[in-house]
Design a protein around this ligand. Sequence first.
Ligand code: PLP
Length: 644
Amino acid sequence: MATERAPGTPLDLFAVEDARRLYGVDNWGAGYFDFSNNGNLIVRPVKGEPHTIDVKEIVDELVAKKVSLPVLLRFPQLLSSQVRELCDSFNRAITEFNYRKPYLPVFPIKVNQKREVVEELLRAGRRYNLGLEAGSKSELLVALAQEQSPDSLIVCNGFKDANYIQLAAMGPKVGKNVIVVIEKLHELDEFIQISKKIAARPRIGFRVKLYAKGSGRWEKSGGYTSKFGLTTAELIHAVAMLRSTNLLDTLRMLHFHIGSQITEIRKIKNAIKEASRVYAKIRKMNVDIEYLNCGGGLGIDYDGSKTSSDASVNYTIEEFANDVVYTIKDVCENENVPEPTIVSESGRALTAYHSMMVTNVIADVGGSPPLDLAFSGNEPQVVQELQYIRTSINAKNHREYYHDALEKRDELFTLFNLGYLSLDDRAKGEMLFWEIAKKAVKYGRTQKYTTDEFEDLEKQLSEKYILNFSVFQSTPDHWALDQLFPIIPIHRLNERPTRQATLCDITCDSDGEIDRFVDLKDVKEALEVHPLDPKRPYYIAILLVGAYQDVMGDFHNLFGSVNEAHVTVEQDGRRFIRQVVKGNSVAEVQRYFGYEPETLATALSVMAEREAKAGKITDKDAAKIVSDFRAELGKYPYLHLNGG
Ligand SMILES: *Cc1c(COP(=O)(O)O)cnc(C)c1O
């Protein structure tokens, strides 16, 4: 397969406009992110307002305040902007289509359980009656204790035992509109048992298994084989059970969820059509269902391509809201039943934009500088032949000569293994080969079409920038799901990035590498970056990490949660670092895994004293070892290097 190359721009000219195009910020930034004329990444957290936050300035300020990198920047105003975007879209659709019932947003806590995030969403969502969704007992305990607007909901999903249902029953007693969504028939048995004993019972909903499936990575969450929900036969049986126990008036919600990040609007429409029909049919069985809950699935355009590829969505929030409202209305009119209050559990859409992780590049590897190996002219023939290829390769013959070089390289290793070559000769041969490869790639780029072979080679030749973070802690979905996130330098965006690199983290795991990057047409295997300057730090941001990443991260290599700063911009344009939240210290991470840091320090001091007693080290050394050890326990586990 061959891909056409865009004609190159002259090397010396590179403006912020070019960086915008190169990194696609206008495509995935949703109007929240942009580059300033002096080449820095900026955030515009309040839609429609001109005030911006310069990310490089924030990082400089944090570093000056001795907040170490990596740091997660949260922009709480971005959360409110997205709440507004979602709710206004639904409210506009409701007005436009003359829909008679309201829209109620519900935030699924599992998407980002951080207290600050949940509190900010509730604050911003108060005037829209934003509620919470819990998927477990611990999430329910969090939800029950939040101040919510009186008309908002708490929806309880996930598998439940009697204890979970009893907890939910507390809700009405403290003024909460709790709805327990029954996922399985045995949960209904529990509910009926408990209802016999208590007066204030929570209202319930049924999660239905739809025939319609989602699209994208979470397709399995929907459809008949999904883990959750009641089949049609179970649904009918469940209604009968409620009727026979005089509890039918507790059934108030129908719920479905066909997966997260649904990439195609067509799939959403199909699911809503089916769910609306189920709603209408149940309504006609004289059941007063008040809410139709469409679950999550509203996706984010991570790569900015506006397509149905996994990292994108082929619709906007506005289109989503219009389709949901219109479809439900259409089916209800057709079936002649009252319209339900519409609920959605859109988590990703509310939170993805609001945070980014910024960190520094520690070093580059690969693209090794030419070593000073002196050629005597008496090298073995295979080395001399590689030398010849290096000097005579050109635009016309580059493919053929590169293939010759591949053959010579094989020969080089065969001869070495047989004992015919010295280590010196092998080093010279290897070095020549990589120089030839670089030239071949360079000539390959001048051709109208590049082949897969040269694209692969280019990837092999791309450098690795070592980034001070852990993929497993900060971007787990990159590792687990190949999820794409926009990644860009936060400064020097008015300089041409002349290098291409993949990004390695500092864990000792070879999976700890980012080698897939956002590209409008495809997925890039290397990111355009600037040459490192030993005199100043180079900062890179991973954006749109506000959904799921915060909470799925793990402690691989005992790297813990990262430092956080919450940044806002005021009406007068001044920006504030409102809060700095310390990440885990070494000791904290150790404790998660059963080590008691003080015990470790004591054990070490016993060893040091033993060595001191034996006269192998001085008492002073022993004391210093122990105090250094203790000091390190309280520190940040990431690397401390220049600029961070
Ligand atoms: C995860 C989940 C959600 C959130 O989905 P998003 O795609 O993030 O909006 C909503 N509802 C249920 C039942 C879920 O499991």
